[in-house]
Write a new protein. Structure first.
Ligand SMILES: Nc1ncnc2c1ncn2[C@@H]1O[C@H](COP(=O)(O)OP(=O)(O)OP(=O)(O)O)[C@@H](O)[C@H]1O
Length: 293
């Protein structure tokens, strides 16, 4: 898909698929095009090129959209004087969803005790829960969450993570956006990383961790170790003071390779955090960068 706003290309020839039964993290720096993509999935924006389908159909062609796709885009989009229950009832009615489902979702998101309170007085976390209740209302198999943990306290963040993992475990398709690698590392099974509207990576989290981390290795007999590591699929670069920088193998695998060759390791240190790997990956695609004076 491609989407332009005036002469600004927000999403630029982006192609990916999201699969059921796992949490797919949609990761990218601010302004990367995540919200635009999610809006396009929901048919809220007209694309300049390409297409998006949900279960093989364009959103507009889905006969009962809320039963197929649930989304949390902007949790503030609630009438402030309406109670939580009424807000959900209105949406249920216009989508032919039985009223009893409203109480079910209120319970699911933990808002039963404030169901009769006006949404305008809700905290950010309560508003977020109400937005999630709307997404779950039609019991859809596909769920989109745009930055759901923004502004939440640790308890709320933990709750949302567990909810998303639970939904995926039920076999649903869960796409969740974030600009924080640390957040995705705790929730996602798979990552779609974008920068400046373009796809940067479409990769399993385990593979990403593997690719994103260097290990600093020191050994008594480098010359024996290097070919073994290369054969095992690693890339080996010389580091400072005779150290080796190894990419593509985990410390355990490096240790095993050394053991098999009878090489004594004197150091084995993982070097990069996931956050660092993500920053390296997206460095060239950051739109708004703070400059150091
Ligand atoms: N309605 C609009 N009019 C003009 N430009 C827009 C509009 N919506 C988004 N953009 C621009 O398109 C680009 C992508 O924006 P988008 O909101 O999709 O990014 P994002 O990855 O969701 O970012 P964030 O994490 O900051 O929400 C940005 O440069 C943004 O300024």
């Amino acid at each position: 898909m491609t989407k332009r706003y005036g002469n600004k290309t927000a999403v630029d020839g982006l192609t990916f698929s999201v699969h059921p039964g796992r949490v797919t993290g949609f990761l990218g720096p601010n302004g990367a095009g995540k919200s635009t993509t999610m809006r396009a999935i929901l048919g809220l924006d007209r694309l300049d090129a390409g297409s998006v389908t949900v279960n093989g159909r364009a959103y507009a062609g889905l006969p009962r959209p809320m039963r197929e796709v649930g989304a949390l885009l902007d949790a503030r989009a609630v009438h402030p004087r309406r109670t939580a229950r009424n807000h959900l009832l209105c949406i249920a009615q216009t989508n032919a969803i039985p009223a009893r489902r409203v109480d079910e979702v209120l319970r699911l998101v933990g808002l039963e005790s404030v169901a009769g309170k006006r949404a305008g007085g809700f905290s950010l976390g309560m508003g977020q829960r109400l937005g999630i209740a709307v997404a779950l209302l039609g019991d859809p198999k596909v769920l989109l969450f745009d930055e759901p943990v923004n502004g939440l306290d640790p308890e709320g963040i933990k709750w949302i993570r567990e909810l998303m993992r639970g939904l995926a475990a039920e076999g649903r398709t869960v796409l969740v956006s974030s600009h924080l690698m640390s957040e995705m590392a705790q929730t996602a099974d798979h990552l779609v990383v974008i920068g400046r509207g373009k796809l940067i990576a479409d990769i399993g989290i385990t593979e990403f961790v593997r690719q994103g981390s260097n290990v600093l290795v020191r050994a008594e007999e480098h010359e024996l170790l290097v070919p073994l590591l290369t054969e095992a699929g690693a890339t080996v670069h010389p580091g400072a003071d005779g150290a080796l920088i190894v990419t593509g193998l985990e410390p355990r695998e490096i240790g095993r390779a050394a053991l098999a060759a009878g090489v004594v390791l004197t150091e084995l240190t993982p070097q990069r955090s996931l956050e660092q790997a993500y920053m390296d990956l997206t460095r060239d695609s950051i739109e708004f960068q703070a400059s150091v004076a």
